[in-house]
Design a protein around this ligand. Structure first.
Ligand code: NAP
Ligand code: ZN
Ligand code: ZN
Length: 354
């Protein structure tokens, strides 16, 4: 492989599943003719960052730098870059590349590329350097222009950062399954994804019911747009919802009983899993067979739909509810995330990484 020039940037990485994240220095490639160099201003903290840092999915290579809700300013562009200029405010989500030729890539569904997650912002393959990709807990990143997104100018930039993963991951399945007026929609878990699922389902005109294990979140769930809130640990509240949903989006990060939610679907109703818990979720046959229900999955979204989602958020003034943290507060933030105690997304102020 031809040697490519690199530069050093400060970052936060982890070196083993049980290790804390700490300060380090990493190498980024100098921009090639089609690349955009971005100074990262804010990076959201996704529960996937935690699963990945701790190797809960089994494919982490160390040292690992998480972070895939990246926003910042363009500081340099390659000679062939057409869409971006120095000074533009841009975003990068979970993908920094894909094969560009498989049927999914040609359909703008790069998240389902035949190369799998090789184009991931972290845990993928940095094909210029032959090393694993390193994510957004860092001062700057270099990304091919096709995977760089334009941020709406009217949105608070820090509060828009989590749109790059939490936003598109909930927008995409709601759009794919055409959720809208007349639909009763459940969102399970009021976390980073869940609170955006509520906002989008409401914006698309559905009747939205939020399911939470945290009674303390009921008022917030209503504030972000839920028409009804069900405390899922209360059997009577769950029973009252039986057989009534067209669509349920499950955004829970840990083991839980999905059969309890299957039972809440109408005939031909669909439960879409976006949460990615460490361990398999047992599926009982009868809740699925009865009423011809479906169980589906969905993964982030492709580049065209991610730009569509950002533009939609700009038009409708939709952002995430965030708690800003400094880079050196990340380990405490992970502990709070594990306790379902995030209101409702941590965002790292990258100026704090000095
Ligand atoms: P998060 O902010 O930590 O929210 C997860 C929520 O799930 C919690 O706030 C909590 O909500 C609920 N929860 C947690 N533990 C639970 C348990 N044991 N039983 C029942 N409910 C529980 O996480 P996130 O960033 O939104 O991510 C959620 C999941 O989606 C993660 O597994 C993540 O890896 C995955 N993800 C998938 C995609 C994709 O493309 N499919 C993209 C991004 C993230 P309540 O307090 O309201 O109960
Ligand atoms: Zn994510
Ligand atoms: Zn592909």
């Amino acid at each position: 492989m031809a040697k490519i020039a690199c530069y050093s940037v400060k970052a936060y990485s982890t070196t083993a599943p049980a290790s804390a994240l700490g300060a380090t220095t990493i190498e980024r490639r100098q921009p090639t003719p089609t690349d955009v160099q971005i100074q990262i201003q804010y990076c959201g903290v996704c529960h996937s960052d935690l699963h990945f840092a701790r190797n809960e999915w089994g494919f982490t290579q160390y040292p690992a730098v998480p972070g895939h809700e990246i926003v910042g300013k363009v500081t340099a562009v390659g000679s062939g870059v057409k869409k971006f200029q120095v000074g533009d405010t841009v975003g990068v989500g979970c993908l920094v590349d894909s094969c560009r030729t498989c049927p999914s890539c040609r359909s703008g569904l790069e998240q389902f590329c035949d190369l799998g997650l090789a184009g991931g912002t972290y845990g993928g393959m940095e094909k210029h350097l032959g090393t694993p990709t390193l994510g957004g807990y860092s001062q700057s990143i270099v990304v091919t222009e096709d995977f760089v997104l334009r941020m709406p100018a009217n949105l608070n930039l820090a509060a828009a950062a989590p749109l790059l993963c939490a936003g598109i991951t909930t927008y995409s399945p709601l759009r794919h399954w055409k959720v809208g007026p007349g639909h009763k929609v459940g969102i399970v878990g009021l976390g980073g994804l869940g609170h955006m699922g509520v906002k989008f389902a409401k914006a698309f005109g559905a009747h939205v019911v939020l399911f939470t294990t945290s009674p303390s979140k009921v008022a917030d769930a209503r504030r972000v747009g839920a028409d009804e809130v069900v405390v899922s640990t209360d059997a009577a509240q769950m029973a009252a919802q039986a057989g009534s949903f067209d669509f349920i989006l499950d955004a829970v990060s840990a083991a839980h009983d999905i059969n309890a939610y299957m039972n809440l679907l109408k005939r031909d109703g669909n439960l879409v899993l976006v949460g990615a818990p460490e361990k398999p979720l047992p599926v009982a046959a009868f809740p699925l067979l009865m009423r011809r229900r479906s169980l589906s999955g969905s993964l982030i979204g492709g580049l065209p739909e991610t730009q569509e989602m950002l533009d939609f958020c700009g038009q409708h003034n939709i952002t995430c509810d965030i708690e800003m943290i400094k880079m050196d507060e990340i380990n405490g933030a992970y502990e709070r995330m594990l306790k379902s105690d995030v209101k409702y997304r941590f965002v790292i102020d990258m100026a704090s990484l000095k």
